[in-house]
Design a binder for this molecule. Structure first.
Ligand SMILES: C[S@@+](CC[C@H](N)C(=O)[O-])C[C@H]1O[C@@H](n2cnc3c(N)ncnc32)[C@H](O)[C@@H]1O
Length: 194
């Protein structure tokens, strides 16, 4: 994500950001069932000598596991750093949450290529969300930061309901048209192995 979002900025002081994200997690935890879970994606990074491993955001939440999403590919714009290739997904789970049979064999390091044909600045690969949804017994998935609608496409792939929230009108339109195109022809661009 080089140029930021197109019509808004979510940059804010660190403390404010942490409170905002903690509030989001608390609300999500409140509305999921006793068998539900939150898959919370974030990057770890070092900024001004400070290790941002997001413990300040997830502290006190029932974090059960950390999954590494290893991205294939990417471009390095900074000669001072090795190319960053991973992000973290916190599995924050209610006590009754269980995976579907055999899906635990995927392990905790997942390798998926970055989404290429998507104008959103930070899209998830459909295959990553397919992995999450198809490993769970979820009947409805909520994505409060839906961007271009990848979670919706994956929900359709997996035949479950979805709710998406997105602050940018432009990205809402992007998601809407993507969902429409998918419904017209599910196989054309967003196959399960995309
Ligand atoms: C990392 S992107 C998600 C991309 C998405 N996973 C996809 O595959 O396209 C985060 C999204 O959150 C949105 N966002 C930022 N602040 C928000 C807010 N307060 N409420 C809803 N959406 C917000 C941004 O516009 C951006 O599209």
């Amino acid at each position: 994500m080089v140029n930021g979002y197109s019509d808004h900025s979510d940059s804010m002081p660190h403390e404010e950001y942490v409170m905002w994200q903690r509030n989001c997690l608390a609300h999500m935890l409140n509305i999921i069932t006793e068998e539900g879970a939150i898959f919370y994606n974030h990057k770890w990074r070092v900024q001004n000598g400070l290790l941002q491993d997001r413990h300040d955001i997830v502290d006190g939440f029932p974090v059960r596991q950390i999954i590494i999403w290893k991205r294939k590919g990417g471009i390095n714009f900074n000669a001072g750093y090795f190319l960053p290739t991973y992000e973290v997904i916190y599995l924050i789970a209610q006590k009754g949450f269980k995976l579907k049979p055999k899906t635990n064999a995927y392990g905790d390091v997942w390798e998926f290529s970055q989404e290429m044909n998507n104008p959103h600045p930070a899209p998830f690969p459909v295959a990553l969300i397919d992995r999450i949804i198809s490993s769970t017994y979820a009947k409805t998935v909520l994505d409060p930061f839906m961007g271009s609608g990848t979670t919706a496409i994956s929900a359709l792939n997996n035949d479950i309901d979805f709710i998406g929230i997105e602050i940018s009108k432009e990205y809402c339109k992007m998601a809407e048209s993507r969902i429409k195109r998918y419904k017209q022809n599910p196989k054309i661009k967003f196959s399960k192995s995309a």
